[in-house]
Design a protein around this ligand. Sequence first.
Ligand SMILES: [Zn+2]
Length: 421
Amino acid sequence: MIHFKKGTAALLALSLLFSLAACGGGDPVPTTSATPQPVPTQSEEPEPEDSTEPTMPPVPLVPWGPDQVVEHLFFHPVIAYPQWAFHDCPSSQSQKEGLDDWMVTVEEYNKILQSVYEKNYILVSMNDVWSEVTDENGVARMQRNTLMIPQGKKPLIISFDDTNYYDYMLEEGFTSKLVLGSDGEIWAECTDPYTQETFLTQDLDAITILDKFVREHPDFSLNGVKGCLSLTGYQGILGYRTQNDIDIGENDPARPAFDANREKERAAVRPIVQRLKETGWYFGSHTWGHINLANSSMERIQRDTRRWAEEVGSLVGETNILFYPHGARPDGDHDQGENYGEQFKWLQSQGFRIFASVGISSYSQVKKSISAVICDRLHPDGTTLRGGRNGKTLQQYIQFYDCREIIDLESRPNLGVTWSW
Ligand SMILES: [Zn+2]
C-alpha cells in the first residue's frame, strides 16, 4: 500500500521507495530489514508541523486493473452564450440545431464536471491507460496498464474535439482563442456578441473551466492530468490561424505577407501550447481537414496526415492518438477483430497507436496482430441530454450524471426530450 502525505518530504521520499518496491515485480513482500526506516538524529530538530495546513489522512493508492473499464467522455467547445447561439445569432436554423445536437452550454458543462467529481471520478491520461511494450522478439504491442489511483476513485478520460476555435464558432457565441495571462495562466479571449466587448475569462471556455475546477478540487486529477485536446489544422489551432494556404503559390505576390502573418500566429501559439502541456493537457490528431477516414482514398488520407504533421504536429509535437472525425472508423469496427483495412494499417505505420471513436460505452479493444488499440467515447451533448432514442441515454449516462438535471431546456430550442421523470 502506498501512502502520500502532503507536505512531508521525508514521508514522500519513503513512499516513493515503497512505490518502487511495489511496482518492481520482484519479491512482493519487503522484509523488515530491507525497509528503510527514518532515524531521527538528536542534533536535528524535527520540522514543526505547518499548523495552517489541515492534516489530511493519507489516501491509499489501489490498482485499477486492465480488465476494469476506464470511462471516457468527450466534449466539443462549450457554448458561452446560449441565447445567442440557439436563438439570436444570424446562423441558419439547421446550424443552430447542429449546435443543439453536438454541444453543451457552459452551465451544463459546469454541472457535468461537478457531478462526475461527486461520483468519485478522477482524471487520468490516455497515455497512462495504454502504452506500447516490446517483447523479447522485438514485437511491439499496445497494452492496457494497471493504474494506481486513490482508493474509492474511478478513472476517467476527458477529451475535447475541435479545439481550434473555428471562424463559425466566433460568430455563434463561443470564446475565440486561448491566451496566456499576465499571471502566466491560460485564459480565454471572448467577445460578447451583444455588446462586442472583448475580454479575458476563465469561466466561459471548456479548457479554462476545467483548469479552474482542478485548482479548486485537486483530487479530481491524478498527477495534475486534465484532458486531451483533439486538433484539426485547416483553421489553425487554439484560435491562432497557423495553417498554410497552399493556393498561394511560392511566387504569388500575396505570399510574403501571408507567411509573415502565419509566422506571427505560430510564434504566438507556442507559449500557449507549452503552458497547456505544463498544466496537464496533451494533444491528439483529429486529422488536418476533419476528413471521414472510413470513405476517403488512401491518397487523401496520406496528404491530410502529412499536412497535420507539418502544420499542427510541428507546434504541439508528435502524438500517437487519433480521434476519428465524424466517429467514422477505418479499423474494421468492433466485431471484425483483427480484420482492418489498408488505411488503418497506414495510419498505424505513421505512429498512431490509440484510435478513438464515439459510441454508447467506453468500449476498448487492444489489437492482437498490430500495435494499436481502438476505443469509444461517450458524448455529453444535446442528443444524449435529450435522451436519444427512447430515452436510452438517460441510463447510459446515469453513472456520470442525471441528464434531466443537467439539460438547460430554458436556453435550448424547444426540441423535446425522450426521457420522463
Ligand atoms: Zn470533430
